[in-house]
Design a protein around this ligand. Structure first.
Ligand SMILES: C[S@@+](CC[C@H](N)C(=O)[O-])C[C@H]1O[C@@H](n2cnc3c(N)ncnc32)[C@H](O)[C@@H]1O
Length: 313
């Protein structure tokens, strides 16, 4: 694996041809702001995006990360321990104010409009979100010119929702304020193809999704437990996504197994590890120095793990 620790320069942002790359050299990481990097990215240079953005926006700001480290105040709450297990802190998206929502929309406007020229025609974008804010993520992608192709339903039991009214639990014992969340939506977008899908596949190697097998298409419902055990030990990032799930997206994203997958918000590098495990090329960008360093250590270890896919329905 080539690990590049510097801000992106125009020449380095070109994720072009690694014709003789061995599997170990198939990923590149940059410590940079994703928007700065994308502003310099070459046109038509990325074949797929798989990303889990900071859609609360503020939770990964230096100030909120400091509050999280001290366990006091801020958007990160420590969920109650149960089953004898202490869970990791979770960001409270329900505290987002109107101004936060406006910032969220601006963030995704900017992301979508920077991604569009950098992607080749027919490139797919898989973007993690949650049911509270997904509309604010999807709308800007459509407005920028992407086609919404599907929503991948990751069936996962989270700690979100299902609570009784705060400080009035006893008064309203039969009320739940929000449904208990049992799934995570991943928006699936595509940059319009040049001509027919078959033409686009020939020219750009993109436009469709790789099938599971000759008789099984890729499906939009995937069962997936949260990342646990060994994966968490290797990559203790608060938003770590499990390899069993990420490898299914990575494989599907490049229909002919050719091209490069970008994760502009790589965190601990679960997308890059999944791509590497599937023998695919990838590029990751992370702004926070501590997560960037974590990703460099974690990617080869996560990629080497044997994980059983839980599969789609
Ligand atoms: C939701 S996490 C992704 C975690 C990832 N799914 C994993 O499995 O480790 C989002 C990441 O984006 C990073 N980030 C936030 N704003 C960024 C920006 N403008 N440019 C690059 N990285 C950014 C955060 O530091 C955080 O690590």
């Amino acid at each position: 694996m080539r690990l590049v620790r510097q801000r992106a320069e125009p020449a380095q942002t070109k994720p072009r041809s690694f014709p003789n790359a061995s599997p170990a050299e198939k990923c590149e990481v940059f410590q940079a702001d994703a928007f700065d990097w994308l502003e310099q990215a070459a046109e038509n240079s990325i074949e797929a995006v798989i990303t889990d953005p900071p859609y609360g926006l503020i939770e990964y700001s230096p100030e909120e990360l400091r509050k999280k480290a001290h366990g006091v105040g801020g958007v990160w709450r420590i969920p109650p321990s149960y089953d004898g297990c202490q869970r990791s802190p979770l960001p409270r998206f329900t505290v987002l104010r109107k101004s936060d929502l406006d910032r969220l929309r601006e963030f995704f406007d900017r992301l979508a409009s920077l991604l569009l020229p950098a992607l080749v025609p027919g490139a797919h974008v898989f973007i993690a979100t949650n049911p509270l804010v997904s509309g604010l993520v999807y709308e800007p992608f459509i407005a920028a010119g992407f086609e919404k192709r599907a929503e991948i339903v990751r069936v996962v039991h989270t700690l979100r929702g299902g609570d009784r009214p705060k400080n009035a639990h006893e008064e309203f014992p039969d009320v739940t304020v929000m449904p208990k969340s049992c799934w995570e939506p991943w928006g699936l977008f595509r940059k319009p193809c040049e001509g027919r899908v078959q033409d686009n596949l020939r020219k750009w190697r993109t436009g469709g999704l790789r099938r599971l097998s000759a008789d099984k298409p890729f499906k939009d419902l995937i069962y997936s437990s949260p990342a646990r055990g060994e994966e968490r030990k290797i990559a203790p990032h608060p938003s770590l996504k499990p390899q069993s799930f990420m490898r299914q997206l990575a494989r599907a994203s490049l229909p002919l197994g050719e091209g490069v997958i970008l994760d502009p918000f790589m965190g601990s590098g679960s997308t890059l590890a999944a791509a590497t495990a599937c023998g695919l090329r990838s590029i990751g960008i992370e702004r926070a120095p501590e997560f960037f360093e974590l990703a460099k250590r974690a990617i080869p270890k996560l990629a080497a793990l044997q994980v059983a896919a839980q599969g789609s329905s």
